[in-house]
Design a protein around this ligand. Structure first.
Ligand code: PPS
Length: 571
């Protein structure tokens, strides 16, 4: 099948500039919905024609058709529910046919929508049908159950303005801008390469081969909207792509950024991606192994087979209007110093096949190990190393917890001095008393106030960790659930090392350095941890230190040894 692009414009949902200015003022009086980051991505592609033929967020009838058999109510192919999820309260406040304003996170009105449909979806059914399993290990199912609102609103959208982007503006194109570009250059055949990862040599070879096979020009079309949690951030990736772009012929290759919120829905996602690329004027689309794969389910098995996406795409190819260029897994053949599709290697017993998995790459980056040139380009590796330095250069948090008077502050101080002596990273001490003086002076010791106090410490520690520093926290932090929440905040950016200062209550009371236990026993201080308030003993801390008959210096040294064993400080 030879396809040539129809480069006439796709329909957009925007009104003219003058009408938009007028509508924006009128929309100021409407009830408004503040869009979530994912909804902003969806709205952008709805408005600019990337989701053509959709004219707005799906109605209930369209939604049911899409969920059940990938078709809108008029029979057109559409595999992904594009829904406006909202809270029950907001949905209940609306009348049928009411217009609402859709605002970005700063309150700017991007569009209006006439609410024709307002319903409570069966999310379990959506999960089963669209994502293949009602299993929270799937990122989109997790989003559906734990982040999306309970009610869906549907109806046509009138576009007022594009969401504002401050980054890589010159690299972002609407479908019609790309179509115009292809038209201008006379590109009648364009193969699109979708990616959410940095480009390494295997990807480059795959794209070269695809362009050759399809005798087409090449569009590198990375996702900069939302990808799989844990992916390399798009700022770093775009810098990597720009470095690799020099290795392609400028006359046949271009790159554009796509602000899509991926769902990681494997086969359905591949069909969706193809439709989106057809809207962007592409004639061919590369579908590789495990396209848009979400990883393993909660039983540890893959959600989809490695080539399920290719199979589904093939079935609907003519309707998608963008021909698939399918690829098997590419591996490096050392003897021939080149990449080849794994399944085409006939003499596999006589050659050395090399491959570095994503997991292995992450391990090498985090341990600062070598990444060979056959695998990636030095410019890409250097960008990745800047963003993801070796563990011994990353920020981290040491979180001491224990009773008042257990010795947390003393050990934390000693640790701080030892880390400062070593140098290399800035160290901040967030001691219980210091925090209560500077950050939480209005708080008392109720559960609510203690939680707030600890969450504040966690927030500051996570920012320090994100920016490559060392945060040492030393509050009592009596509640396990709050400590877990702080751990989650910090672990988005670096290691969290929980240290239980396990001095017994009897010993703390015997020491009674501040005379507070005495007052607590006399009932003069209420809600005193260990006396009249609970303390959840850490079940599985990274380290537990005993302080009875052990020098402070030794306790701090135990922490240092732990940090060393975790690779956080160089040995
Ligand atoms: S918490 O629970 O983590 O928010 O506590 P924290 O911010 O670490 O503050 C504990 C210090 O405040 C003093 N103090 C009390 N502790 C426990 N319970 C009550 N009711 C209380 N009232 C005052 C106490 O001196 C703690 O200091 P440390 O450094 O832990 O000895």
């Amino acid at each position: 099948m030879t396809m040539l692009s129809n480069l006439a414009p796709v329909p957009e949902l925007f009104v003219s500039y003058e009408s938009a200015q007028k509508l924006k003022v009128e929309a100021g009086t409407l009830k408004s919905h503040d869009l979530t980051p994912r909804q902003i991505c969806d709205l952008e592609l709805l408005m600019n024609g990337g989701f053509n033929p959709l004219k707005g967020f799906l109605s209930e009838e369209d939604y049911n058709g899409v969920v059940d058999n990938m078709r809108l109510s008029d029979g057109q192919l559409w595999p992904m529910p594009i829904t406006l999820d909202v809270s029950e309260d907001f949905a209940a406040s609306l009348e049928e046919g009411e217009d609402i304003a859709l605002r970005d996170q700063e309150g700017v009105i991007l569009a209006t929508m006439t609410v024709t449909d307002n319903w409570q979806p069966n999310k379990a059914r959506e999960a089963e049908k669209v994502f293949g399993a009602d299993d929270d290990a799937h990122p989109a199912v997790n989003y559906l159950h734990n982040q999306a609102g309970k009610i869906y609103l549907g109806g046509p959208v009138i576009g007022i303005q594009q969401p504002v982007h401050y980054d890589f503006r010159a690299r972002r194109d609407t479908p019609n801008e790309l179509r115009a570009y292809f038209r201008k250059l006379g590109w009648r055949k364009v193969v699109a390469f979708q990616t959410r990862n940095p480009l390494h040599r295997a990807h480059q070879e795959l794209t070269f081969r695809a362009a050759r096979e399809a005798q087409a020009n090449l569009l590198i079309h990375p996702i900069v909207g939302m990808t799989k949690p844990g992916d390399v951030d798009h700022f770093t990736r775009v810098r990597c792509y720009e470095a690799v772009l020099d290795k392609y012929a400028a006359s046949t290759t271009t790159m554009s950024l796509l602000n899509l919120a991926m769902r990681m829905a494997g086969p359905r996602e591949a069909v969706w991606h193809g439709l989106i690329r057809a809207n962007h004027g592409c004639t061919h689309f590369i579908v590789g192994r495990d396209h848009a794969g979400p990883g393993k389910n909660s039983a540890g098995e893959d959600f989809y087979g490695p080539y399920d996406a290719q199979d589904l795409y093939r079935e609907f190819q003519s309707e998608i209007g963008c021909e698939m260029v399918d690829f098997k897994h590419m591996v490096y053949v050392q003897e021939r110093a080149q990449y080849e599709p794994n399944d085409e290697i006939k003499d596999r017993d006589d050659v050395t096949i090399l491959n570095i998995s994503g997991t292995e790459l992450r391990r090498r980056l985090s341990e600062g190990l070598e990444i060979p040139e056959w695998f990636s380009f030095p410019e890409v590796v250097s960008e990745l190393r800047k963003t993801k330095p070796a563990r011994s250069k990353q920020g981290f948090t040491v979180f001491f917890t224990g009773f008042s008077g257990s010795g947390k502050s003393t050990i934390a101080n000693a640790l701080m001095v030892k880390l400062m002596e070593m140098g290399g990273r800035p160290v901040t001490l967030l001691d219980g008393d210091i925090v209560r003086k500077n950050l939480s002076s209005e708080l008392g010791f109720s559960k609510e106030h203690r939680d707030l106090n600890i969450r504040r410490i966690g927030y500051v520690a996570s920012e320090i960790t994100k920016n490559g520093g060392i945060a040492i926290c030393a509050p009592i932090a009596p509640y396990a659930t709050t400590r877990r929440a702080v751990r989650e905040d910090v672990e988005d950016f670096g290691a969290f090392v929980e240290v239980h200062v396990a001095t017994s209550l009897e010993e703390c009371e015997r020491r009674d350095r501040k005379g507070l236990y005495k007052l607590a026993r006399e009932g003069k201080i209420k809600e005193f941890t260990g006396i009249s308030d609970p303390y959840d003993v850490p079940v599985d801390p990274e380290l537990s230190v005993e302080t009875e008959n052990v020098e402070v210096d030794n306790c701090a040294h135990q922490v240092l040894l732990k940090l060393e064993s975790m690779g956080l400080i160089a040995g």
